[in-house]
Design a protein around this ligand. Structure first.
Ligand code: ADP
Length: 415
């Protein structure tokens, strides 16, 4: 699928899902409002019936018109009626009630009466045909009203959960497809890069071989020496390239099994590797300094892989040197009692902080670092990090664009 098609379908789908969620929320609120109205209606219907039945009961007394409001109210009977009628109307939850006079004096309250607080209170006049002094007002509230209403719409919850689930899955699939796409692009770059890199030595070797095979060409000792020198150099270059790719894939397949751990003196290892790079640095007017301060330079590691780590970091420092100044490269070791710390610092082109986060990813290359003369596969640092991790250590990089970069490795040591 084309990038634009993916992007536009993702946008449409995202908008549709968010709209669906909004509509569902609106609908949900509306249903809650309807349920609350229904609840109020049923409650008031019950209260009207209670008032009516209380009125009817009063008429059974002789001279009932003379009775004071206190004499008219029988709390237990009102309670019984309330429970029966509320149950009949489907409002079967606990309630509290009280009766006041028309001017607000309390005559009766149920035994466990509590203030309504924020709960809605319903009220209705009792004995409305009597004079005001003999009238009463019945107040009822339900502490669990809100919960009861929400419970009556609980069947809507799975719908919202399902929509949210689809939304989360959608975001996950989208980010995964973007990641896969990026990986595919990076792999493509890698193959292009590799083909390009391999082509040059292959064609040089083939040219040298053709010249050797050419019978018309005089085979003096100088020509032979020159041609074989070219073949040896180019084969070395080829081997170096193939080794770099192999390092990573071998490491990926074998992981820890390909590690032959033994006690290694890092100072000895560094000194060996550094010699090659000192020549490279000095060739361009630069300098490589070592400052090996670690009191105990011994770590448990695999000789080959650890050498590759130091080699790759030094190789990068040379590759990404600044064209504006001679290379200053330093290799430092320290101990902190539990770790051996190896710092390789350069004054090269540096890495912007956005890229710095990603340089240890496989196939990742900083695009500005991809200069014509600096080819690579973006595998070196991924390999370095894998090795350090397998040895139980950590690596991180600090860098300032156009100032330089430091790689700091901490390897665990036995105390
Ligand atoms: P490669 O060198 O093959 O591209 P690496 O994994 O070794 O791959 O490095 C990843 C990227 O990190 C490089 O493309 C480069 O942009 C950046 N980088 C690595 N080391 C340095 C360094 N010492 N100075 C500046 N940039 C660096």
């Amino acid at each position: 699928m084309k990038k634009r098609t993916i992007l536009s379908s993702a946008i449409v789908m995202g908008i549709a899902l968010v709209a669906l969620l909004c509509l569902q929320t609106l609908y949900f609120n509306e249903v809650i409002d309807i349920c609350a109205e229904q609840f109020d209606l049923q409650t008031m219907r019950s209260l009207h019936r209670v008032a009516h039945e209380t009125d009817e009961a009063l008429r059974e007394f002789p001279a009932y018109e003379e009775l004071t409001i206190e004499e008219r109210i029988n709390g237990r009977n009102i309670d019984k009626r309330l429970r029966k009628l509320l149950d009949e109307n489907g409002v079967d939850i606990p309630y509290h009630f009280r009766v006041l006079t028309a001017d607000g004096r309390q005559i009766y309250a149920c035994s466990d009466y509590e203030n309504p607080g924020r709960a809605k209170e319903y009220s209705l006049q009792l004995f409305r045909d009597s004079p005001k002094a003999q009238m009463g007002v019945l107040y009822v509230h339900f502490p669990q009203r809100q919960k009861f209403i929400l419970e009556s719409v609980h069947y809507m919850v799975p719908v919202v959960v399902l929509i949210l689930l689809v939304l989360v899955l959608f975001i996950f699939i989208l980010s995964e497809s973007v990641r896969q796409r990026r990986l595919a692009e990076e792999k493509n770059d890698f193959i292009n890069n590799m083909t390009h890199e391999l082509k040059t030595p292959i064609s040089t070797i083939s040219l040298a071989a053709q010249m050797l095979a050419d019978k018309s060409m005089p085979k003096t000792e100088t020509t032979l020496g020159h041609l074989s020198g070219v073949i040896v150099d180019e084969t070395k270059r080829l081997r170096f390239l193939v080794d770099k790719v192999l390092q990573m894939s071998l490491f990926d397949q074998g992981r820890k099994t390909s590690f032959k751990l033994k006690e290694i003196d890092l100072h000895e290892l560094v000194t060996d590797v550094v010699d090659t790079f000192r020549i490279k640095a000095e060739k361009n007017g630069g300098r490589l300094t070592t400052d090996l301060q670690a009191t105990n330079p011994v770590v448990m590691a695999d000789q080959l892989h650890l050498t590759n780590v130091v080699f790759n970091l030094l190789d990068n420092a040379v590759k990404y040197r600044s064209p504006d100044r001679p290379l200053q490269l330093s290799v430092k070791t320290q101990s902190d009692g539990k770790h051996l710390i190896l710092t390789i610092a350069d004054n090269g082109i540096g890495i912007a902080s956005d890229n710095l986060k990603r340089i240890f990813e496989k196939f990742y290359r900083v695009s500005t670092g991809n200069r014509h003369d600096v080819k690579g596969f973006g595998l070196g640092l991924a390999y370095v990090r894998s090795v350090v991790k397998t040895l139980g250590g950590t690596i991180h990089a600090e860098s300032q664009p156009d100032q330089g970069t430091s790689f700091i490795i901490r390897l665990p040591q036995e105390e």
